[in-house]
Structure formats: structure tokens, C-alpha cells
Design a protein around this ligand. Sequence first.
Ligand SMILES: Cc1cc2nc3c(=O)[nH]c(=O)nc-3n(C[C@H](O)[C@H](O)[C@H](O)COP(=O)(O)O)c2cc1C
Length: 163
Amino acid sequence: MKDKKILTVCYSQRGHTELIAKQIHSIAGGDIYGIKLQKPYGKNYFTALISGGFDILTGKRPEISNKTDISGYDIIFAGGPVWFMTVAPALMSFLNGNDFSGKILIPFCTSGGNEGNFFKNFEKNSNGAKVMRGIGFTGKDFKNPNELKNKLDEWILTIGKQI
Ligand SMILES: Cc1cc2nc3c(=O)[nH]c(=O)nc-3n(C[C@H](O)[C@H](O)[C@H](O)COP(=O)(O)O)c2cc1C
């Protein structure tokens, strides 16, 4: 993985996925990019539940306010929260807005414990990428930072051997 250009991308409404993204970035190196929306959902859980639920039902792809050029990257770790058992719309906007031909995409997510179809739907929306095995974290992972770091190290090591 060392000779490749790596980008870690994340959407995070309340900081959990961002924390994972920062750790991936510190292990794997490269650059990091946090997706921001023109109209953010806000930090409130219940407001996001209503507007997020509506956007998932209607298939809305919210506008990203800080689009980034991914053309120079070979490997992209991309993560977000599980929303209604699928990929949060903001991460979908990133996936649907880019062509990943010739690139490797590595998904990650955080959830309350039910990942549902997150990884399946992520892969379906990966526009030409080779998609590697993803990883998910829940509330209990955040309670033990050492275990969380070990889980990430192990996963990245395994992925690295497969690339
Ligand atoms: C709109 C919405 C829908 C959610 N749906 C699910 C779900 O289907 N399954 C689940 O386990 N957690 C669900 N959650 C919980 C989040 O996935 C979890 O809190 C996640 O870690 C939040 O990540 P963040 O802090 O990066 O935004 C939902 C949260 C929101 C706001």
C-alpha cells in the first residue's frame, strides 16, 4: 500500500465516523477529506432522523459543498454512518458523483448495531471500483480505544496484503 496514493473520505453527522476516519488516516497515511453538505442535517439526532429518513425514501442525493478531485488517488477508504440500514445519503452523493474506474475503494461505517445493507449498497454504488472487504464499528467499539485501534490495525494489515 505504501507506494500508492491514498485518500480517506468520510461523512460524519455526529463525529463517530470522523473518529474512525482520522485513525485510518493515521495508520494508512495519505490525505483525508470530510464531506460537507450545502444544507447540513445538523447535529440533532431526531432532526436528522426525520430529514435523513425522508431523503432515503425519496432517493435524494444532497449537494456536497466541498467537492474534491479524486483523480490522483489509487486507494480510497470511504465511510459514513449507517442510516436506515443503508449508506447515509451524503456518502451516496460522494459515491454517485465520482468515477472510480481503476481505483480501489475500501468501505467503513459506524452504526448503532444494525448495518443492514450498508456494504451491499455501498458496493452497488461504487462506479467501476474494485471494492475491498469493509469494516463496521458500533457503540461498544468506542468504549475501548485500544481494542478499536487493534481492530483497525488488523483490518488494514489484511487489506494491505490483498492489494
Ligand atoms: C437518520 C439516522 C438513521 C440511523 N439508522 C440506523 C440504522 O439503520 N442502524 C443502526 O444501527 N444505526 C442507525 N443510526 C445510528 C448511526 O448509524 C450511528 O449513531 C452512527 O455511529 C453515527 O455516526 P456519526 O457520528 O459519524 O454521524 C441512525 C442514525 C441516524 C441519524
